[in-house]
Ligand binder design. Sequence first.
Ligand code: FES
Length: 357
Amino acid sequence: MAEHFHALRVMEIVPETSEANSIRFEVPAELRERFAFRAGQHLTLRATLNGEEVRRNYSLCTAPDEQDWMVTVKRIGGGLFSNWAADALKAGDTLDVMPPHGSFTTDFDETKSRHLVAITGGSGITPVMSLIKTTLKYEPNSRFTLLYGNRDSSSVIFLEALAALKDKYIGRFEIYHFLDAEEQDIELFNGMLNRERLEEAIPALVPDAAEVDGWFICGPGPMMDAAEGALIDRNISKERIHIERFTADRPPEAVSREMAQLQTQAEGVSVAVTLDGRTRRVPFTAGNILDSARASGLPAPFACKAGVCATCRAKVTKGKVEMAARFGLTDEEVAAGYVLTCQSVPLGDGVAVDYDA
Ligand code: FES
């Protein structure tokens, strides 16, 4: 079944830094199964701000076994939701929350002996925190290395919690802080995690890079591109690189032009949409399958509408579609026929998509 929102009470707001707070939700017993999650997954939050419905994805920083649902929200300049959450949201308020989802995760197994590495910046630490805690606790023979970039030490989210984990799991968890606006003794750690720095940092800090079992990248766009490029150039296979994006760059001009052409051709064709066990034919009227389904009154799920979060994922069961962007899907999902409906245009009549699949 496609997921829906549930009204959850905010139990507590936990200040992390001057710019970031964690929001702890109370999940009632009857919803705990629906809200069970895997380390690295996120929640979609929904609020109506200035008369506009706003949806945002935020990663859970807690580990699945903690029975604690907490996301971390960092204030961003001009950010409608993040500023409202920082200034107005308080304990006792209720927010609409969609159950956890996302593929920025890995299968944990206590018999495994792995080396996992995260390259992260700013609030990108949030899902990584959940992955670190889970790895250290559930895979006693595995180790984790974290390369973490921030402006200065006062802006480091989870600074103390990370240090406590390092003390608790001696020899199995390494943290390297890179600070852009604060001098540290070792030159390598002064500055942003850009491509140049990563080219130096990876061989120095992760000498077994070729054997690392999983790389997790989450943070500002340029940092993620630099990290992905550095790993691919080292011939690290894509299956070992996990990337979590919350925003996307504009698609290249050529892609936008091609999509605009396909949208015009598809105008008015009908698409069969299955949602919550019922199938309806909707006309393609709104530039993509998601918006067309919603324009016809179907409550198809979405959050980012930018091809990154996969909240709008559905399976194509008939016909073909073209996607403008597919950041939120793994290659396996694409091979299995899944698409991001916010990015999809039907190629001809008779396309069928299933949100429940
Ligand atoms: S709504 Fe986020 S990928 Fe479509």
